[in-house]
Ligand binder design. Structure first.
Ligand SMILES: [Zn+2]
Ligand SMILES: [Zn+2]
Ligand SMILES: [Zn+2]
Length: 543
């Protein structure tokens, strides 16, 4: 994963940088340090609902006194919370779907289904995380679908409501997940990680509080986010409709507690995230009304073997690893948008890079850009924008494939490549030059700006003078297409910059990327097609 760091800039009262250390200045320093400390004490978290399955529930179970002829879709989630010392989960999700369907048959109108990309492990992989990376798991209650997978988070502290734990371990029959309760009661490696919580701050900026209602000891968690105090309610509020219509769920241990819980949550929350509402994926993270949420498709247009001393600044090894070449297709707007064109002349590119790309680029006939796009139903003449991360041949030399597109290029990158800055030699690819001669208005030189609503470019430097990143708004939140500043996940996730004359610039560029998004797409990593099923990025699940 990428660890995002928020920087706190301090200003004096006039908003200008410090003039000199005067008394006012000193007072401001003190205030600033205090703010710094407060900020350190209460991080702003980013919450990602990760779908873990779906099912259908009868109306009388979804709502107290509801219509049993009605059926409601339910979604199961685990909630990834980033921004703290270590990644956090709220609820652990399930993997034994069969057992859950057997045990909960009486409330399921249609059984739970979970596709293979909805397991906790598969969902975390999108963020570059494994279960071992999770530092804390906060449990709302001990029902099967919320704790079944708990044992895979071996390094996590596990927080469970004190009342929930005490009552579930003494009730007969219990509502708690038998195996999980057994392990956390008896196995030392589990027991020592168990933390029983009441109404308290469990982690900086995250509070637990008892709600009861659905189970006697159900807990809710209030999380400090950029969108305000966000309450993850647990099943006491399962659907947003429970909260909005003020009608409790039909499955409860105490109705009055459910009603009180809703009142209490109303007081505490700026925004609520119910436990099972399928609409959450469209509602969170909050976006402006009617905002387009894009998907990004990684389309492979070739591959090659690249020496490690190029991939990493910190080695001289001549070993190689596999690179994929991608065209990134951004869909969801009025017209398709492309990031990078793929190579037009891979043989030429291979000749000029033979020293560090032994064997050159291999491209199957169906991987030629135009054919590859057609496979996904995209007519290149329909593409409205071709945004290029930088002007190296494998990323941009196929402008003429897109007869109606605007070509969005970083200004400095363009001026350096055409010789207006620096060398004075025009190194722009001949075919690209011809295309731009014919359609000069198609060139759009950019710096740090929004290209279309929800798609931004920002300068990075590092790999080439005007390398730029592309920030795309998706259903899951912001995603950065990083270009060659990040060749592979390892560059950014293990903090190992690629080969470059200016390592500092590369570290700064990677820090900028981290500050903008938790989901980062390196230019050339084959792993993207494993992390994201079918190469579709930015949606939590595909069905
Ligand atoms: Zn439950
Ligand atoms: Zn549940
Ligand atoms: Zn590249």
């Amino acid at each position: 994963m990428t660890i995002r760091k928020e920087t706190h800039v301090c200003y004096n009262i006039t908003g200008k940088p410090w003039p000199r250390i005067s008394r006012l200045g000193l007072a401001s320093v003190v205030v600033c340090l205090m703010i710094g400390q407060m900020a350190a004490a209460a991080p702003t978290y980013r919450i990602y609902p990760l779908r873990n399955g779906i099912c259908k529930i009868a109306g009388n179970h979804a709502y107290y006194e509801g219509d049993s002829d009605k059926t409601y879709g339910f979604a199961l989630y685990i909630w990834l919370v980033l921004g703290g010392d270590k990644p956090i989960l709220i609820d652990a999700g399930l993997s034994d779907v069969e057992e859950m369907n057997r045990g909960a048959a009486h409330v399921l109108r249609e059984p739970i289904t979970q596709n293979k990309n909805e397991s906790g492990t598969a969902q975390l992989r999108k963020f570059g995380l494994t279960p071992d990376d999770i530092g804390h798991v906060l449990i709302t209650h001990l029902h099967f679908d919320h704790v079944d997978d708990l044992l895979i988070y071996k390094n996590a502290k596990v927080y469970i409501g004190k009342k929930e734990w005490e009552m579930a371990t003494t009730a007969a029959p219990t509502w708690g997940h038998g195996k999980i309760m057994h392990e956390f009661s008896n196995t030392p490696s589990c027991r020592k990680r168990l933390v029983l919580v009441q109404d308290q701050e469990v982690l900086p900026g995250i509070e637990s509080f008892w709600v009861g209602g659905h189970t006697p000891g159900s807990m809710a968690y209030r999380v400090n986010t950029a969108h305000g105090k966000t309450v993850l309610t647990g099943d006491t509020i399962s659907l947003l409709g429970n909260f909005e219509r003020n009608i409790p769920l039909g499955i409860f241990s105490d109705l009055q507690e459910c009603i009180e819980a809703m009142k209490n949550i109303r007081k505490k929350a700026d925004i609520v995230l119910p436990s099972h509402d399928p609409g959450t994926l469209d509602r969170w993270p909050p976006a402006p009304k009617n905002a387009i949420k894009y998907t990004i498709r990684a389309i492979k247009v070739g591959q090659c073997e690249v020496r490690d001393y190029i991939t990493f600044q910190d080695t001289d090894s001549e070993q190689t690893s596999t690179y994929y070449l991608y065209v990134w297709l951004i869909e969801g707007g009025p017209k398709p948008i492309i990031v990078d064109t793929g190579p037009k002349y891979p043989e030429e590119f291979s000749k000029s890079t033979a020293k560090y790309i032994p064997g050159g680029v291999r491209q199957l006939p169906e991987e030629r850009t135009i054919k590859a796009l057609k496979r996904y139903g995209i007519d290149p003449a329909d593409v409205s924008h071709v945004i290029v991360t930088h002007l190296h041949p494998d990323h941009y030399d196929y402008f003429d494939a897109f007869p109606k597109a605007r070509f969005v290029v970083n200004r400095r990158e363009y001026e350096e490549t055409t010789g207006q800055l620096g060398s004075g030699r025009n190194r722009l690819a001949t075919d690209v030059r011809k295309t731009l001669d014919k359609r000069p208005d198609a060139l759009q030189l950019v710096e740090d700006e929004e290209v279309v609503s929800g798609v931004r470019v920002f300068p990075l430097g590092c790999h080439s003078p005007g390398s730029q990143g592309i920030l795309v708004r998706t259903q899951m939140g912001p995603v950065v297409i990083a270009g060659d500043v990040v060749y592979k996940y390892e560059n950014i996730e293990k903090d190992r910059p690629g080969r470059s004359p200016d390592e500092r610039a590369c570290r700064e560029a990677m820090a900028r990327i981290r500050s903008l998004a938790d989901i980062v797409l390196p230019a050339h990593d084959p792993l993207t097609l494993e992390r994201w099923p079918d190469g579709i990025i930015g949606i939590c699940t595909t069905d």
